[in-house]
Design a protein around this ligand. Structure first.
Ligand SMILES: [Zn+2]
Length: 286
């Protein structure tokens, strides 16, 4: 919204503005998250695999349903842009906007990452977050947002007039093309709005503009997820580093991120099953 006002304020403006806000979706109406079961299962899990994503680059990983994965800060403060797909169907992918609507602008332990329509099911549940102490700061900022879309070379070209090839969009595109063995152009169409792992963001109080500030993440911090379905993930180490100064350039200090895959012990998930796709008939009134 801009500060351009050309319309007269109606006499009942105060009354219209006094309508009470309602939370659009009640979280307690969502299917149960099984968080207590996951918290128990994570106690005895063992590491199966790990990958390191180099600075200003992308990497991919697979997580079988019923396993956990962590994104870990190593060497220095670094933001990661996360994409998730159903491992066997790239058209079902993380739905950042609906996740924001169902939970909040920033996500934490117990929140789920939901898949795109027509699937609309939990792809992953957040089971641990070493930055959960951060909360909301005095600027109204929090960590792990599902607001920002990802830095991309098109917006950068529009604003700066130059090609830059290591934006998160390009890093994710290269990572998916290699993982799925598909052409770059095809992979690009599957790259989607991200979860901004470790990124510290908010909206300014006066103009409500999206802002970022230096991430509080430090080496050893991690966020952990439970894979509700077979997942293919891609992670970009944002060229903005801790996103405290800039993005889309080669001058900001950047660090690697590690992805670790964990498997719980046999029997730890008794009673759990992978969630089905939405039960909606899909006929849209026809
Ligand atoms: Zn980025």
């Amino acid at each position: 919204m801009t500060d351009i006002v050309t319309s007269n304020t109606p006499t009942d403006a105060a009354e219209r503005r006094s309508a009470k806000p309602l939370i659009c979706y009640q979280v307690d109406q969502l299917p149960s998250s099984n968080l207590a079961l996951y918290q128990q299962a994570r106690q005895d899990m063992r590491k199966l695999d790990e990958i390191t994503v180099a600075p200003r680059d992308g990497g991919s990983f697979e997580v079988p349903a019923g396993s956990f994965f962590r994104i870990v800060s190593v060497e220095g403060p670094q933001v990661g842009d996360l994409n998730l797909w159903h491992a066997h169907d790239l058209t079902e992918r993380f739905f950042s906007g609906k996740t924001r609507q169902l939970h909040a602008t920033h996500v934490g332990t117990g929140d789920r990452l939901w898949s795109s329509l027509p699937g609309l099911r939990p792809m992953a549940t957040i089971t641990h977050d070493t930055l959960d102490w951060y909360g909301w700061d005095e600027d109204g900022a929090g960590v792990h947002d599902v607001i920002g879309t990802r830095c991309d070379p098109y917006t950068n070209y529009m604003l700066n007039g130059v090609d830059y090839h290591h934006c998160c969009h390009s890093n994710l595109t290269r990572a998916l093309a290699a993982a799925a063995d598909i052409p770059l152009r095809e992979a690009e169409l599957h790259v989607h709005d991200v979860m901004n792992v470790f990124m510290c963001t908010g909206f300014t109080r006066d103009t409500h503009q999206y802002f970022m500030k230096a991430s509080p993440v430090r080496p050893g911090d991690y966020i952990e997820f439970f894979a509700e379905i077979d997942l293919l993930g891609a992670l970009s180490t944002c060229p903005g580093g801790d996103c405290g100064s800039s993005h889309s350039d080669d001058s900001t200090p950047c660090y690697p991120l590690q992805v670790e895959i964990y498997q719980p012990v046999a029997g730890a998930l008794q009673g759990w099953s992978s969630p089905p796709r939405s039960g909606y008939s899909g006929t849209h009134g026809i």
